[in-house]
Design a protein around this ligand. Sequence first.
Ligand code: NAD
Ligand code: UGA
Length: 455
Amino acid sequence: MGEQKKIVCIGAGYVGGPTMAVIAYKNSECVVTVVDINQKRIDAWNSDKLPVYEPGLDDIVKHVRGKNLFFSTDVNKAIKENDIIFIAVNTPTKDYGVGQNMAADLQHWETIARQIRDVATSDKIIVEKSTLPVKTAEAMEIILNTGSNVHFEVMSNPEFLAEGTAVKDLLDPDRVLIGSRETESGQKAKKELIEIYKKWVPEKRIITTNTFSAELSKLVSNAFLAQRVSSINAISALCEATGADVQEVSKAVGADSRIGSKFLNASVGFGGSCFRKDILNLVYICRMNHLYEVATYFENIINMNHFQMQRFVDNVVRSMFNTVAGRKICIFGCAFKADTDDVRDSPAIPVAQTLIAEKAELVISDPKAMNNMKEVLGDPKNVDFVADPYEAAKDSHAILIITEWPVFSTLDYQKLFDVMVKPAYLFDGRNMVNRTECFDIGFNMYSIGKEALIH
Ligand code: NAD
Ligand code: UGA
């Protein structure tokens, strides 16, 4: 391979687009192409309105697009012309057949492996960027090496970016993980990949392992992160029952440097496209290896998350005299977290669906995610989308804060209270507001993990 590396990424989604933009930005001598079968997505990457919202992404893309970053739908051409092929296609939970609702759906992977094998005419380094079951690299190698004369070196390089902070995470990652084989060609490919990351990531933060450890570490990282959220959410229920305050508990517990303070914010539950799917995938792998107790241990992280979401919305209905039919209820935030337009697996979805089933009139307000939420809910009759929170709250009986958008903590709650029907309820699923102030304004105040303040 020559000096000028030619890199392609198959899959131009939340991971492929931002990751390759940063690689191109930091490796001006490399030519980076991102390909996808979704024409609309590629058109958006080539336009002024990128298909994903991420703070800082527009600037980076503008800086490199057309220079050393290109977006295209010509997958075959890209496979032929590039030496290093990242694969960042979606790996959702399988919704059919064997392993339904648990295993990762690897159909896109399989398709791409066959396509690469059939099209490639020179040696390639194949880099797994998607999150995959441990040992996928082995399956990939079998497919690639059946009936082809070129050499394919399969490596694992899982992505740890979080949505909303993708650019920051990519520019300053805690670690980059590279899994490769111990063979000569595996070590050579590892060096190639390290060269790319070394341009901006200190070498001590580049961790190298064998391929399977890298694949498994990604699933385990997400399971551990989700486990912390489920642990604090479980404790939030106990706090509400006992008069303890979950924020005080999490501060006291997190001050122990062995535990650490991050990811201990109680919430309506964790959402996003990955936590649930990756834990289910881990649970499935454990079961396939007859490790049933291990599987159950991790599965409970998800059970607790369901409990928390259901507990939150049940509490809304119960607190409002067990009926919300015909009453206007305002939901603040439908993105699964702040600073993203992504609503995949957002806790706002089950909350909204339960309230729709209860015949409430919903008004949803979110700075970025309303269009995506509309698509998910199918735009039913009794749901309205209103950007301005004050307008959204008008004539409503309750406000539910679901997403931790900073704007929700800086609103004028007196002004909101004034336009609402009384008694007015505030359900703070993220502990965003000053609850004593809101109670003094007149709200019946329900904060996650704290005793309710009721007039
Ligand atoms: P996504 O759905 O946003 O994007 C995947 C893209 O792959 C889609 O645009 C789709 O059209 C494309 N694709 C599917 N099959 C294709 C094919 N045969 N040829 C070309 N393109 C094809 O998914 P995402 O959120 O970017 O996630 C991708 C992977 O990265 C998943 O495995 C996910 O678990 C993992 N991951 C995601 C995040 C995140 O924050 N979203 C973070 C870390 C890891
Ligand atoms: C998560 C991981 O943080 C990333 O490292 C990983 O790469 C990614 O999954 C992935 O594999 O897709 P993401 O889901 O984008 O990233 O966002 P997080 O910041 O992890 O938040 C996940 C959910 O947990 C959100 O709904 C968030 O609001 C919730 N959360 C997070 C809490 O409820 N409390 C917390 O203290 C932290």
